[in-house]
Design a protein around this ligand. Structure first.
Ligand code: ATP
Length: 225
């Protein structure tokens, strides 16, 4: 069962951004999009929530341990007072679904949630557990990944679901009155997959991740094979 995190206590009426992901490893693409969304949406805080990944996937998909991913995410967030890393999903012994995480936060606090995701994630949103319910719980801010657009991702979402939204200016408003907000961020063409590839090939990842993350990866000898 997901427990609420101290990061979500005493946040009544706050505007809280949530960036969920594998963060394997966290990179400057994540930080830049969080920075831009925090500014444009007037967020009080952005909470990075690394997902729990079952142990069998860890070796199969080149994913380092939950402890490493959480520590790298903490380091990535360290020097921005708006950013915080939460272990609320990682602390679980089983995979957690976004819908459960959002439900727990909403049950405990009366904050406005802005769940941030990339166009690649929006495109496959119908594969997420109870995806229609997600939009009753939170606003969604969609950031474009280089080479993709909000429209092309949105067109791949089931039509019956799209019909639950009405266009209002730049936003789509859900029947729950939560908004789906396309955010045009300065897309950094960086992915964790490419960073892992560089590390495997013995190349530098300097200037693609925060220096604190780069030195952690080096010290712990992560992603070497
Ligand atoms: P991987 O390459 O391993 O799939 P990733 O770089 O996509 O990883 P995730 O941790 O899966 O990183 O990403 C978390 C969220 O951040 C997702 O919604 C993803 O779409 C978004 N995201 C990641 N990198 C970028 C980027 N460079 N620009 C915009 N959005 C991004």
């Amino acid at each position: 069962m997901v427990k609420t995190s101290p990061l979500f206590t005493n946040c009544n009426s706050m505007r809280i951004g949530i960036l969920g992901g594998t963060f394997n490893p966290p990179h400057l693409g994540h930080l830049r999009l969080a920075e831009e969304v925090a500014f444009t949406q007037g967020l009080d805080r952005v909470v990075f929530i690394p997902s729990h990944i079952p142990p069998h996937k860890i070796s199969a998909d080149d994913i380092v341990t939950t402890e490493h991913r959480l520590e790298m995410t903490r380091r990535a967030c360290f020097d921005n007072p708006l950013f915080q890393a939460s272990d609320m999903e990682i602390a679980l012994q089983s995979p957690s679904y976004t819908v459960n995480t959002l439900e727990v936060i909403k049950k405990n606090e009366n904050c406005d949630i802005f769940f941030i995701l990339g166009t690649d994630s929006l495109r496959e949103i119908s594969t997420w557990k109870d995806y229609e319910r997600l939009f009753i719980l939170a606003n969604f801010v969609v950031v474009n990944r280089p080479g993709t657009s909000f429209r092309s991702a949105w067109d791949q979402v089931p039509e019956a679901f799209r019909e639950q939204f009405q266009e209002k200016g730049q936003h789509l408003v859900h029947s729950s009155s939560n908004r789906l907000i396309p955010a045009n961020v300065l897309g950094l063409d960086i992915s964790a997959t490419r960073i892992r590839g560089l590390l495997k090939a013995g190349h530098s990842i300097r200037y693609l991740v925060p220096e604190s993350v780069r030195s952690y990866i080096q010290e712990k000898e992560l992603y070497r094979n």
